[in-house]
Design a protein around this ligand. Structure first.
Ligand code: ADP
Length: 191
């Protein structure tokens, strides 16, 4: 089973690239951000998640890990999964390892999209026009998401570096150029 952690700051292109990899390899794509946004808006869980995401803060680990595990359980026959936006903390990374071990599998590699902050801010501002996401509309919330990424999420890379599974990908270029870099890296990692 191929388990790809697609990693990178908000606006780095994880969603776009996930869709391409999903199609090419027939993988399941799980974005915790999409799962939170897809909850019944009247449910307590959705309201709780939104109270964090609207400010650009992380939803607490315990809730996020539970949501992730129940999402994975929906695809018992998956030949592989792209994890997009998870793990975002070291505790989530440890939980994912434990979870995959219990299923007799493991993370194949972390593909980390590298994009500088000024480019991210421009992309997110552009996305605000058509995404309809409240967390894309406010520059202060965008900055908080970037800060949360730098403080809480960037250290997750060290977790995979220590396992020799970290692969950095230049995230600047055309969509096709970047997907080709991801494909090359993935094929080298699974060869
Ligand atoms: P982006 O990567 O563009 O910031 P996402 O769609 O991945 O956006 O996530 C949107 C929001 O959902 C995050 O800001 C956070 O509040 C919540 N979220 C998503 N994934 C996680 C996670 N793994 N842990 C905690 N919160 C999460």
């Amino acid at each position: 089973m191929t388990n790809i952690v697609l990693f990178g700051p908000p606006g780095s292109g994880k969603g776009t690239q996930s869709a391409i990899l999903k199609k090419k390899y027939g993988l399941v794509h799980i974005s915790t951000g999409d799962v939170f946004r897809g909850l019944d808006p009247e449910s307590e869980l959705a309201k709780l998640a939104k109270s964090y995401s609207d400010k650009g803060n992380l939803v607490p680990d315990e809730i996020t890990i539970e949501i992730l595990e129940s999402e994975v359980a929906k695809y018992p026959d998956a030949k592989g999964v792209i994890y997009d936006g998870f793990p975002r903390t070291s505790a989530q990374a440890a939980a994912l390892d434990k979870f995959l071990t219990s299923k007799g599998t493991s993370v194949t590699c972390m593909l980390a999209l590298d994009v500088q902050e000024d480019v991210l801010r421009e992309r997110l501002k552009g996305r605000a026009i058509d995404s309809g996401r409240p967390d894309d509309a406010d520059p202060a919330v965008i900055q908080n998401r970037i800060d949360v990424y730098n403080n809480q999420t960037a250290p997750v890379a060290d977790f995979y570096k220590a396992q020799g599974k970290y692969i950095e990908i230049n995230g600047i270029g055309s969509i096709e150029e970047i997907s080709q870099r991801l494909i090359d890296a993935l094929e080298a990692a699974t060869a």
